[in-house]
Design a protein. Structure first.
Length: 231
């Protein structure tokens, strides 16, 4: 839980800067809603898990809120006519999250952290590459990690004989937060790189224009000198 709260704190701090606010606005939500979402995640992972008997447990912040956020983002994607990219990216994240949870060991704290980082980096990269927008990327990460958690829980409980059907464990929500931060960082860097390239092209065109003006002026000056000498 500590790592998850630290990651949420990092996301909250980014809202203090223009770059962070721009990234969240790119998702299609205002800054106040982004802050409210972060607070909801923080409360969700801090409250006791929801349990049914001894065979089912669910963390609200690690699974419940991501599912709600997934449907909210789906609505934004429908409005923006970008559902196909978002769903394609989400399915890729579902597959990667399931495979990582099935294959990577989590026997120690450091291995669990490594698994979370792997889930986050892969999910964020796939969301960015396939989604190609902030909204689609975050939808892919949020929904993909949550649904991948469901698939893994079914395999772990019914095929591997786990004692508890678990949703939203710390490995999952840490991976989700890392993935969201990573995807937003990639999207923001792409925007900044594009602006820098545009500025560079503008300066190049401006320099070429000024150079052509100077050359034209020199030619006119030479002609005037020639005329003065002739007459």
């Amino acid at each position: 839980m500590t790592l998850g709260l630290i990651l949420l704190a990092i996301m909250a701090v980014t809202l203090l800067f223009d770059v962070g606010r721009h990234a969240f606005r790119g998702i299609g939500i205002p800054v106040w809603m982004a802050l409210l979402t972060i607070v909801a995640f923080a409360i969700g992972i801090s409250v006791p898990n929801i349990t049914f008997g001894t065979e089912f447990t669910m963390n609200v912040g690690g699974f419940g809120i991501p599912i709600i956020a997934m449907f909210v983002l789906l609505g934004i994607l429908i409005k923006n006519n970008a559902v196909l990219r978002g769903v394609a990216a989400m399915l890729a994240v579902v597959a990667s999250t399931t495979v990582i949870l099935l294959l990577m060991p989590t026997d120690s704290t450091w291995l669990a952290v490594l698994t979370s980082v792997a889930i986050g980096v892969v999910a964020g990269s796939l969301g960015y590459v396939i989604g190609r927008s902030e909204t689609a990327s975050i939808f892919a990460v949020t929904g993909g990690v949550a649904v991948g958690n469901i698939v893994y829980a079914f395999v772990n409980y019914f095929a591997w004989g786990a004692d508890v059907f678990t949703l939203g464990q710390s490995i999952v929500y840490n991976g989700l937060f890392i993935g969201a931060i990573f995807a937003l960082a990639l999207c923001t860097l792409t925007v900044l790189a594009g602006r820098m390239m545009d500025d560079g092209r503008f300066r190049t065109r401006a320099s070429s224009f000024e150079s052509s003006k100077d050359n034209g002026y020199e030619e006119i000056s030479d002609e005037d000198d020639f005329t003065d000498d002739l007459f």
